[in-house]
Design a protein around this ligand. Structure first.
Ligand code: KIV
Length: 273
């Protein structure tokens, strides 16, 4: 862990992130959806906690991120905010809460900020949602962009494959990133794009670029915490690095517990009143 960074920034703000980019210090970001996990990763020194709409998959078991509602996102976000002392908390606006209607987008962002106490919101998309982003920003709410693989549009593309790997799509992505910066976004997530393109975008814009499957040339990295700690063993894209194998560890602990009950080993004399 970068303990220097923990001392330097007592609280992570959008300005602190810009400062990190200028200083060439990489930014760390992870997801959390509940109080207990948020407390562990915040106190471990993570810079940004994302209350991702991946909660739809990870917490609720849906196949896509589309079903999660604004109320559910606010519930997850407020649990996270109660645990956080230092990190910047970013909350995904869920599918259907901002697309195609900038008034609805603003209302959704205000609800997130007011009801959860989070510090900013994230929206998927480029020029097609710029009106929504700009209206939210005008209300004083910091916005993080999200380009490349945008899981809320999965049915438009039909696959979770690498995005922007031809020159037209790469040009559009660069154009979108510049527009998001001009509009006032404080950072952008780039998901599952060629590493060379990730580096190019990070060099083109002054705001931090946080990658997930976007290579090492960007300004920071984000992973889904449940992937990092190996809580699920069925999702294996190349960009994940697993630091633990908790799926197996928890399963073994549960098997051990069952065995102890069946063999009359739990509770023992010291474990009862
Ligand atoms: O919802 C999420 O977890 C995300 C990350 C994959 C960036 O958007």
């Amino acid at each position: 862990m970068n303990t220097n960074n923990k001392k330097k920034f007592k609280k992570i703000t959008t300005n602190a992130l810009l400062e990190m980019k200028i200083q060439k210090e990489k930014i760390s970001m992870l997801t959390a959806y509940d109080f207990t996990m948020a407390k562990i990763i915040d106190s471990s020194g993570i810079d940004i906690i994302l209350v991702g709409d991946s909660a739809s998959n990870i917490m609720a078991g849906h196949e896509t991120t589309l079903p999660i509602t604004l109320d559910q996102m606010i519930y997850h976000a407020s649990s996270v905010v109660r645990a956080v002392k230092r990190s910047l908390v970013v909350v995904d606006l869920p599918f259907g809460s901002y697309q195609g209607n900038s008034k609805r987008a603003l209302d959704s962002a205000i609800r997130v900020m007011k009801e959860s106490g989070a510090h900013s919101v994230k929206l998927e998309g480029g020029t097609e949602i710029i009106e929504s982003i700009s209206r939210i920003l005008k209300a004083g709410i910091p916005v993080m962009g999200h380009l490349g693989l945008t899981p809320q549009s999965i049915y438009k593309f039909g696959t979770y494959s690498v995005r922007a790997n031809n020159s037209d799509e790469a040009q559009k992505l660069i154009h979108d990133a510049i527009k998001l910066e001009e509009c006032g976004c404080f950072a952008i997530v780039l998901e599952k794009i060629p590493a060379e393109l990730g580096k190019k975008v990070a060099e083109k814009v002054k705001i931090p670029i946080i990658g997930i499957g976007a290579g090492s040339g960007v300004d920071g990295q984000v992973l889904v915490t449940h992937d990092l700690i190996g809580m699920n063993n069925e999702f294996n894209p190349r960009f994940i690095r697993r630091y633990l194998s908790l799926y197996d560890d928890i399963s073994n602990a549960v098997k051990h517990y069952i065995e102890d009950i069946k063999n009359l080993n739990f509770p023992n004399n010291k474990e009862q009143y």
